[in-house]
Design a binder for this molecule. Structure first.
Ligand code: NAD
Length: 503
């Protein structure tokens, strides 16, 4: 048995937890009933943060503030250059506080600090990209409707947007939504996950410092039922931008349908990484390990199904196993850590139950499979499961932990069948030296993103989102600001009335 992980206690462990208040109408406020939520570091076990805990009264106040800012405030009426300047200032301020924000995300979510720094750096880039799009947003004009008519199609901000985010990429995901909503001229109410709210509150402070007018962004901490649900049903909210599980996404859509709100949904995934014998197997093995265990597998894009050609399965898997043994698991605040803590003990149990159930269905644990002993926090060993077949729960359901399920194929048709045999359609990867093979897989997989001879790269220029039950709509890309707009058609007529009706 391996020695228990040694987790060092950081300075924060002996200081008072940081306290965060709600941001409503430009002011920091407590909840009216004085309730607070505490968050423990899943990697260390001490309380990192206290947040004021919102309820329905705070949702009402936040939506009213966002509505007032939209109806009568300067934000939707400003020149795009002025909005862009504030977004760029915010990007600079995020960059200046990158280390603080990364540390908060690492402490609250258990992700490795080096990875968190990369995410915040990526978020800075997204805020800058959104600022550039603010200035290119435009509509259409039609001078081809006859001499008397000019048609103009405007893009106007849609109004108040409710933004609801999950715990796995706290700062990055809000940054895939909010800057684009702001670039369009919308106002927003934002609810981060009840487990990882701190960095979103820091973002609120940064936005105020950057010069965002009061009420344009309001931030509430709290639970889905008390805060998320009324943010979706509120009649003054025009759009809901949600990232989270497919289960809650469906509930959110059903609720939004009652008032026909626009919805944008980024949901779960069960993504396949397909490896052919003619690929660069060393690179593919490294990517397979990265895809399976990045963010402890708590990742919508996790390449959780490794679909390998039978002819190379044994050799390839022993290379994957050897690389997995070199993945450093442990203290999220250690620069060398690649896999940090699991988000909660409940979630760890859920993942461990999936692994146990897979064994009873006939597959076998090829590597890992155990909770790791440690002096603090909750950690799972990166796990590889062999002998998985398509009908097993572990091959179909989102496990959301460091668990790689291995399936094998003998033909490209079979590989595609396996890849598509899931209700999800977020992403996939293919490894081959043959352009024909890569193109056949890229065209044949029903998913929003396909990586060819690489895995899980992201760029703000490229749209991201899911097919099937992985979501609805796309984030990022050059149309990201348009998502937060309505189209208005204006028809100008000149001269004498044409087409008299009565006469
Ligand atoms: P979750 O669905 O449990 O929660 C997401 C958010 O919704 C949280 O803020 C939660 O408080 C809120 N919520 C819960 N119940 C609600 C309700 N009834 N009404 C409104 N809001 C409610 O998801 P999670 O466990 O926080 O995150 C993990 C999930 O997110 C995984 O399924 C993962 O695949 C998905 N995810 C998807 C993407 C993507 O871009 N496709 C990115 C990251 C995570």
């Amino acid at each position: 048995m391996n020695a228990p992980l040694k987790i060092s206690m950081p300075a924060e462990a002996s200081a008072a937890p940081k306290a965060y208040r709600l941001l409503i109408d430009g002011k920091h406020v407590d909840a009216r009933d004085g309730r607070t939520l505490a968050r423990q570091s899943p990697g260390h076990g001490f309380t990192v943060s206290h947040y004021a805990q919102a309820g329905e009264a705070e949702v009402e106040a936040a939506v009213q503030a966002a509505h007032k800012a939209f109806e009568t405030g300067p934000w939707p009426r400003m020149k795009a250059t002025e909005r862009a300047a504030i977004l760029l200032k915010a990007a600079d301020l995020i960059e200046a506080r990158l280390e603080d924000i990364a540390r908060l995300d690492a402490l609250e979510s258990g992700k490795p600090i080096a990875q968190a720094r990369g995410e915040i750096g990526g978020a800075v880039d997204i805020w800058r990209y959104a600022a550039s799009l603010a200035r290119t947003l435009s509509g259409e004009s039609y001078a081809n409707l006859g001499d008397a008519m000019l048609g103009v199609v405007l893009r106007e901000p849609i109004g108040v947007v409710s933004i609801i985010t999950p715990w796995n990429f706290p700062f990055l995901i809000v940054s895939q939504k909010l800057p684009f909503a702001l670039a369009a001229g919308c106002t927003a109410v934002v609810k981060p996950s009840e487990m990882t709210s701190a960095s979103t509150f820091v973002l609120g402070d940064i936005l105020m410092q950057a010069g965002l007018p009061a009420g344009v962004v309001n931030i509430l901490a709290g639970f889905g039922a008390d805060v998320g649900a009324p943010m979706v049903s509120h009649p003054l909210v025009e759009m809901v931008s949600f990232t989270g599980s497919t289960r809650v996404g469906k509930m959110t859509m059903a609720s939004a349908a009652q008032s026909l709100k626009k919805v944008s949904m980024e949901l779960g995934g069960k993504n396949g990484q397909i490896v052919f014998p003619d690929s660069d197997l060393e690179a593919a093995a490294d990517a397979a390990v990265f895809g399976g265990f990045f963010n402890a597998g708590e990742c919508c894009n996790a390449g959780s199904r490794l679909i390998v050609h039978e002819a190379i399965a044994d050799d390839f898997l022993s290379a994957v196993k050897a690389l997995t043994a070199r993945v450093t698991v442990g203290d999220p605040l250690d620069d060398q850590t690649k896999v940090g803590a699991m988000i909660s003990s409940d979630h760890l149990t859920k993942v461990a139950d999936y692994v146990a159930a897979a064994a009873t269905e006939g597959s076998s644990v090829y590597s890992g499979g155990k909770q790791l002993a440690s002096n603090a926090g909750q950690y799972l060993d990166p796990t590889i499961i062999r002998g998985v077949t398509e009908e097993m729960a572990i091959a179909r359901e989102e496990v959301f932990g460091p668990v790689l399920s291995v399936l094998t194929f003998e033909s490209i048709e079979k590989a595609l069948h396996i890849a598509n045999n899931t209700p999800y359609g977020l992403s996939a990867g293919v490894w081959s030296a043959s352009i024909d093979t890569c193109m056949s897989v890229a065209r044949g997989v029903r998913s929003g993103t396909v990586w060819v001879n690489t895995f899980m790269e992201g760029y703000p220029e490229l749209p991201f989102g899911g097919y099937k039950q992985s979501g609805l709509g796309r984030e990022l890309g050059k149309r990201a600001v348009e998502d937060y707009t309505e189209e208005k058609t204006i028809q100008f007529h000149r001269g004498q009335r044409t087409g008299w009706w009565v006469g």
